[in-house]
Design a protein around this ligand. Sequence first.
Ligand SMILES: Cc1cc2nc3c(=O)[nH]c(=O)nc-3n(C[C@H](O)[C@H](O)[C@H](O)COP(=O)(O)OP(=O)(O)OC[C@H]3O[C@@H](n4cnc5c(N)ncnc54)[C@H](O)[C@@H]3O)c2cc1C
Length: 468
Amino acid sequence: MVVGDFALELDTVVIGSGPGGYVAAIRAAQMGQKVAIIEREYIGGVCLNVGCIPSKALIAAGHHYQEALNSQMFGVTASDVSLDFTQTQEWKDNGVVNKLTSGISFLLKKNKVEIIEGEAFFVDDKTLRVINEDSAQTYEFKNAIVATGSRPIEIPGFKFKGRVIDSTGGLNLKEVPKKLVIIGGGVIGTELGGAYANLGSEVTILEGSAQILPTYEKDMVKIVEDDFKKKGVTIVTKAMAKEAVDNGEDVTVTYEVDGKQETVTADYVMVTVGRRPNTDDMGLELAGVTIGERGLVPVDKQGRTNVSNIYAIGDIVAGAALAHKASYEAKVAAEAISGKKVEVDYKAMPAVAFTDPELASVGLTIAEAKEQGIEAKAVKFPFAGNGRALSLGKTEGFIRLVTTVEDHVIIGAQIAGIGASDMISELALAIESGMNAEDIALTIHPHPSLGEIVMDAAELALGLPIHA
Ligand SMILES: Cc1cc2nc3c(=O)[nH]c(=O)nc-3n(C[C@H](O)[C@H](O)[C@H](O)COP(=O)(O)OP(=O)(O)OC[C@H]3O[C@@H](n4cnc5c(N)ncnc54)[C@H](O)[C@@H]3O)c2cc1C
């Protein structure tokens, strides 16, 4: 211990300032707690700095570029369209990410949350050490909310270095690669693969399982695969990545498919095979906190670990690694510490893939409903039957509503199509509120809008379709 290091006292301490941590800190402060937040790297966590936000910015840039190149259908032809990727990156970093992260710092300060820079280590269930470049300080706390998030998984043969990059490297490339190989066709891999395909890269995705985007249903994924095909993206499924050799100028990737060894050479190989929770090397065991399978921390319905004054939220607990899940758990944990009777209910948790077109789902699929013994049915309404989709020139896709057979209660929805990420919220609300298809059908939706697809699907579920 540093000479003169006497412990400072904290009420509620939050470790990590991602969408879990900063939301927990603000809500705890709103509930009257005296709160401090500890962050070792960047305010806003992965989501704002090297996740959700910058990836959506690059995806948007790719769409603008494609529209500039390919709007002949609307009678619009442009010549000499060029892409200044330095400018794209500058806009993403300064025009988007920095604006949001400074907004979070402002909100934390406005709510009187003390921001402590440094890396936190537990000493026991009441004591933390925070270490940064030039100092170390001990803190005593009454309650702690751990929101330390996750980091990319490195696989054998693909050490992150040079031309072998993780998603953060993929977001911060200095140039658009001529060729890009992606290992892992999950949401992160396909989103970034799509962005770079739109920005002009020749993209190859190597996926270990039988389908890219394995968390989405086949008919939804098929639409994304068709779009990839049109853009010349190569998808190799059941491919086992073996090794990457960085040749300085380029990188050669070896993989096995159907028992045969293949190679592909590219400017970069980006490995997006999953993420590991940041629960190691921070003394959680010294605090007595149980760490379970795959590094995840088991918690109860309020986010409490086996140690009653320590909570865990976000990517370090079970469930989908999503920003809005982390923020939701944050509010529950902060309110639970304040004595409120709250608990998590994931029934209406949406998930989105920002692919072309977007995929979004909430609640149960028809297969899941049947597995749970619910007498359910599914109806499917195409985007091609919607005037707004037609006027936007984006008619690919469909919405599927899953309802109970008896009283048409909405229990799930899946959307593949333009605007799916925004449209899914109406269905999350419907599920959360226990609404049925009639409630949606009787709600007046503006015309012409993509939202009308939800109303049309509800009418279809009731057996009274106007547009099908
Ligand atoms: C490329 C990419 C795209 C994504 N896109 C989406 C998307 O579109 N939508 C979506 O919902 N999710 C998306 N995600 C997932 C999302 O980013 C995570 O689910 C979310 O960030 C988890 O929030 P969190 O608060 O648990 O942790 P994080 O955001 O990971 O934040 C944890 C913070 O804790 C800090 N920390 C860790 N250990 C310590 C310590 N010992 N002391 C102090 N500080 C510490 C870290 O520096 C970090 O800032 C994406 C992820 C990636 C990588």
